[in-house]
Design a protein. Structure first.
Length: 68
């Protein structure tokens, strides 16, 4: 498990053996998006599905391995 300031090094970290990569910039942005969806009236489950889909689209090589 590793933390990185941004998502530029994700592929290299995974190639080096990281099982979970936590890109701080992406995590902060997705957390803000999640809260915005909740404020718009979505349930946590609905917002979670949207955020998970978005995360997978942004970093397809880490669909199951990005810690956010």
């Amino acid at each position: 498990m590793v933390s990185t300031a941004d998502d530029r090094d994700i592929a290299a970290l995974v190639k080096a053996g990281a099982n979970v990569v936590f890109p701080e910039n992406l995590a902060a942005g997705l957390a803000l998006a999640d809260q915005s969806l909740l404020l718009c009236g979505l349930t946590q489950e609905e917002a979670g599905r949207i955020i998970t889909t978005l995360r997978a689209e942004l970093n397809p090589e880490l669909r199951e391995r990005v810690g956010i």
